[in-house]
Ligand binder design. Structure first.
Ligand code: SF4
Ligand code: SF4
Length: 90
């Protein structure tokens, strides 16, 4: 998939979400990613690597769909500029 195709697709490339569509894996999460928009370069690595397609890419910006984010922390590890920090859900 090219970057232009990424731009036109607000949901992660790993479609369909398969089991995540049914399970709403966000209910499992103990932590969720907090994104520092000032640091984010919109490289889309988090969007590509999220195993649950929980990162959304819309209007040239990314956000997290908390209904499907299971809190695994893959996005935090993959972010090359440390713009993502996993925080406890209160
Ligand atoms: S914590 Fe895991 S499930 Fe949630 S957005 Fe990051 S990679 Fe996706
Ligand atoms: S990996 Fe980091 S810099 Fe890249 S889009 Fe995600 S939060 Fe932004």
């Amino acid at each position: 998939m090219t970057y232009d195709q990424h731009k036109e697709n607000p949901i992660s490339p790993w479609l369909p979400r398969n089991s995540s569509m049914i399970n709403q894996t966000g209910k499992w999460a103990l932590k969720q990613p907090k994104i520092d928009k000032k640091k984010c370069t919109v490289c889309l690595k988090c969007w590509i690597f999220c195993p649950d397609s929980a990162i959304k890419f819309e209007n040239s910006s990314i956000s997290v769909d908390t209904l499907y984010c299971k809190g695994c922390g893959v996005c935090e590890v993959e972010c090359p500029v440390n713009a993502i920090r996993m925080v406890e859900i209160e």
